[in-house]
Each structure stands twice: as structure tokens, then as C-alpha cells.
Ligand binder design. Structure first.
Ligand SMILES: NC(=O)c1ccc[n+]([C@@H]2O[C@H](COP(=O)([O-])OP(=O)(O)OC[C@H]3O[C@@H](n4cnc5c(N)ncnc54)[C@H](O)[C@@H]3O)[C@@H](O)[C@H]2O)c1
Length: 445
């Protein structure tokens, strides 16, 4: 019998299972995807994360981590399955329910069940707890139940799982103490104990806070674009105020968390959610805004091709979930533009309607405009010649301040930036090498 059964071996579950196995627990990792299970049992991972492959290989080699398609009786169950939103922006808790139902018949008195998936307030006791009740146990009493959210930054997940502070929400203080015994075996950050409802709100509040503040920065950017002000300069001066910390504007917000989690609050508390829904709309509308600015210049018209550089929602990762590129692509198609999407790291193919290619020549070929969405290292060295040799037109929208604008301009390109008017960008002599904007899409907190 395993000591810990981890349900869902994705970006959160697999590093968690591996850390627990490395800390000495006997861990059964469960995933409904046979590819995940097969690779793990060969000591391999199907996605890249710093330090993960070595740790997974070691955990499997030690015999402490084994993968299976079905759960088995364990002392503790940790649920790390996806909690997406539907097209109608409603929380889809079907996978949490499925995972709970899979462990339901295996539950014994004294077990601990931890939900880690980001969830609407009340999910732990109403969804997971309800399944526990159906199997004859009182959740929080006979079976201990906790909500313990993750705050990891994709790309640095393993280090953050170890070092970040954690909030541990128990249905009772005893439940929380049980979870602490598990996490303290590998976590070095502070463990704060509270109840499940508060812990659920903490997770949603963190990502909603970021979404709303990024939307505010994007509104400032739009004002600056219209007023002929450099928003980066304005923000940097505003941030000299000891109690002001304006974030960076950019192409929108991506990832599995920041663009999703606020909708859980909007759905559950519509009477209080006007600001949150508006922030979502502003951030998702950045792609449309970029296109409108280029089309207003008259150099981009319906029927032209737009090359989107970067399908990953964040630099140097291979994850396209909720990428700003998707909103940009949809807005471009709605305006009658042809769209091609390149990414050097994301698996090529159809990602929910976003056709991703690894072939940069093909993507830029015949394009009137190129929009840089992701500040991958690979794009940093793109020269005016790289664009000029392939593109038909001379429009670049650098939403990340990532390219050498002076060189592009000398080569005859019109360079647009978020938060600066075209006149300002065109007047640049030696700018364009900044990295501002990165912080906005490091979702997964
Ligand atoms: N990825 C992040 O950076 C991050 C950060 C914080 C919180 N979260 C939250 O953690 C949760 C998991 O996210 P993720 O990024 O690890 O997802 P993921 O898509 O990377 O992985 C989830 C895994 O669960 C598996 N799965 C689905 N249904 C299952 C079931 N019934 N039983 C067993 N396995 C099942 C899938 O096959 C997949 O391998 C989500 O709620 C997410 O919001 C993610």
C-alpha cells in the first residue's frame, strides 16, 4: 500500500509526487493519460521543467515513485487535476469530481485527502467532501480533508514547490496539522494554517490581484498610446511613490492560472465581480488593440497576413495554455487577416484552433506584419534582415520591448510598442533592448 497517492501527474502533480518520493514517502502517481504513466514508469517526463527530469529519474529508480492508471489504497490522497473554465467562463470541476470518485471506494477511516487544484470557494467541502460523505465518512472528521493551493512559477516549479510559503486550509485544525506533516518533509517555506474556505480564497485572490493590476497597467498603456506619452517612463516615475507599484503592460495575460482563476470569483459572486470581469476583458483585448493600432496606420488591411511570434504564454517555456497569442489570432481572423503562428519550443500542431509551427521562415513568409508576443531567447537576436528577407510588409509590433527597434527602423520598418505612440517608437535611436513586460504573463502563481 502506498503512503501517498497523487492524482494527476501534470505540471503540479508530477513535481509534487517526485519531491514526496525523494523525501522518502512511498508514492503512487496516478494519471488517466497512459502516455504519462508509461513514460514515468520508464523514469521519464513528457514536459520540461528545470531539475524535474533528474529528480523523476532518481525517484523512480529508488522505487519510491511508481505510476498507474488507477489509484490504490493509500494513507493520503493528493488531487492535482486540471480545473479549466468552459467557453462560457464557468468552472469545470468534472475532473476534480472524477478524481474524487476514483478514490472514494478506496477511502478508509483516518485517511487524509488534499485538494491542490485551483478551485472555486467551497469546492473542497462541497465537491470532494460530498464524495467522501457518499462513501459513509464525515469529511473533516472520519477522513481528514484539506485545501492546499500551489503558487509555482512554471519553468521554476521544483524550486518553488520547495521554497515558497504555503497556505494549508483544513476542514478542521486537525486536518491542517495532518497536511503539515506531509509538506514539511520537503517544503522549506513558511506553512500557514487556516481553514479550507480561506485557503481557496487566498489562491483566487492572489491571481485576481495580479490580473486586475496588469489590466490597470494595460489601461495606462492605452492612455499613453493615445496621448503621446511613454507609459514605461510614466510608470517608472509613478513607482517612485513609496506605496505605488504599477505592473508592466503587455500583450495580455497567459497561463493556466491568472486568466482563469478570476472567473471562478466572477461566476460565484457576480454581484461583486464587475471589476474582475472588466479586467479579464481588458487583458484579453490587448491583441485586438494591437491590431487596431496597426490597421489604423493604413499599412495593414483585411486579407493581409499577420505572423505571430510566440505561442507559449511566457518566455522560454513550451506551454501555450491560455496564451495571449490565441486572443490575438482570433481577433486577427475576425478582421479578415490571415494568421500564421510560430514558436520555437511549443509542440507544432493545432492547439485549440491555434495552428502552431516551428518553421519561422514559413511563418514570416509573405507577412505584412509580425507581432512578437513571447520574449523567447530565440527571438532576441532576430535582425531586420531576418524579418525583411521573409516579410512582404514592414510592420512590427513588439509587445515585449524585445527587439532592436533602431535597427528595424533603419531598415524601413514601422515598429509599434505597447504603451508608446508610433511617433515615439519611430523617433528612437538606440532603444528596444529592454525586457519590460515579462512579469505580466508569469502565470502559475
Ligand atoms: N501549472 C501551474 O503552474 C499551476 C500553478 C498553480 C496551480 N495550478 C493548478 O493545479 C491544477 C493542475 O494543474 P496542472 O498545470 O498540473 O495541470 P496539467 O494539465 O499539467 O496536469 C493535469 C494532469 O491530470 C491528469 N488527469 C486529468 N484527470 C484526471 C483524473 N481524473 N485522474 C487522474 N489524473 C487526471 C491529466 O491527464 C494531466 O496529466 C490546476 O487546478 C491548476 O490550476 C497549476
Amino acid at each position: 500500500m502506498a503512503e501517498i497517492c497523487v492524482m494527476g501527474l501534470g505540471y503540479v502533480g508530477l513535481p509534487t509526487a517526485s519531491l514526496l518520493a525523494t523525501a522518502g514517502f512511498d508514492v503512487l502517481g496516478v494519471d488517466v493519460n497512459p502516455v504519462v504513466v508509461e513514460s514515468l514508469n520508464k523514469g521519464r517526463t513528457i514536459f520540461k521543467e528545470a531539475g524535474l527530469s533528474t529528480m523523476v529519474a532518481a525517484a523512480c529508480h529508488s522505487g519510491n515513485l511508481v505510476a498507474a492508471l488507477e489509484p490504490a489504497p493509500s494513507d493520503t490522497f493528493i488531487i492535482c487535476v486540471p480545473t479549466p473554465i468552459s467557453d462560457e467562463k464557468k468552472a469545470d470541476l468534472s475532473l476534480v469530481e472524477q478524481a474524487s470518485r476514483a478514490i472514494g471506494p478506496l477511502l478508509r477511516h483516518g485517511n487524509l485527502v488534499i485538494l491542490e487544484s485551483t478551485s472555486p470557494i467551497g469546492t473542497t467541502r462541497n465537491v470532494v467532501g460530498e464524495v467522501i460523505r457518499e462513501h459513509g465518512f464525515e469529511p473533516g472528521m472520519d477522513v481528514h480533508v484539506c485545501y492546499c493551493p500551489e503558487r509555482v512559477l512554471p519553468g521554476n516549479t521544483v524550486a518553488e514547490l520547495v521554497n515558497n510559503d504555503r497556505v494549508i486550509g483544513g476542514m478542521s485544525p486537525d486536518c491542517a496539522k495532518r497536511a503539515v506533516e506531509i509538506y514539511q518533509r520537503f517544503a522549506q517555506g513558511e506553512l500557514t494554517l487556516t481553514n479550507d474556505l480561506t485557503a481557496e480564497m487566498v489562491k483566487l485572490a492572489e491571481n485576481t490581484y495580479r490580473d486586475v493590476n496588469i489590466a490597470l497597467a494595460n489601461v495606462f498603456a492605452r492612455v499613453a498610446e493615445d496621448a503621446g506619452i511613454d507609459v514605461w517612463e510614466a510608470i517608472s516615475y509613478a513607482n517612485h511613490h513609496p506605496r505605488v507599484d504599477v505592473l508592466s503592460p503587455g500583450p495580455g495575460v497567459g497561463g493556466h492560472c491568472i486568466p482563469v482563476d478570476p472567473w471562478f470569483l466572477v461566476e460565484s459572486f457576480p454581484a461583486h465581480a464587475e471589476l474582475l470581469a472588466k479586467a479579464r476583458q481588458i487583458n484579453d483585448g490587448q491583441g485586438e488593440r494591437m491590431l487596431e493600432r496597426m490597421m489604423e496606420s493604413g499599412d495593414l488591411v483585411s486579407g493581409d497576413k499577420v505572423a505571430i511570434l510566440g505561442a507559449a504564454y511566457k518566455a522560454d517555456i513550451d506551454d501555450p495554455r491560455e496564451s495571449p497569442a490565441a486572443h490575438l489570432s482570433a481577433a486577427a481572423k475576425a478582421k479578415g487577416l490571415e494568421v500564421a503562428v510560430h514558436d520555437p519550443l511549443v509542440e507544432p500542431g493545432d492547439w485549440h484552433g491555434l495552428m502552431i509551427s516551428n518553421d519561422l521562415d514559413d511563418c514570416l513568409g509573405g507577412a505584412t506584419a509580425a507581432v512578437l508576443v513571447t520574449n523567447h531567447k530565440e527571438y532576441r537576436s532576430l535582425s531586420a534582415k531576418n524579418f525583411g528577407d521573409r516579410m512582404k510588409g514592414r510592420l512590427i509590433y513588439d509587445s515585449r520591448k524585445w527587439l532592436n527597434h533602431a535597427a528595424l527602423r533603419r531598415a524601413g520598418f514601422k515598429v509599434f510598442e505597447v504603451g508608446r505612440s508610433l511617433d515615439q517608437t519611430q523617433a528612437d535611436v538606440e532603444v528596444g533592448m529592454g525586457t519590460a513586460g515579462e512579469s505580466n504573463v508569469d502565470s502559475g502563481t
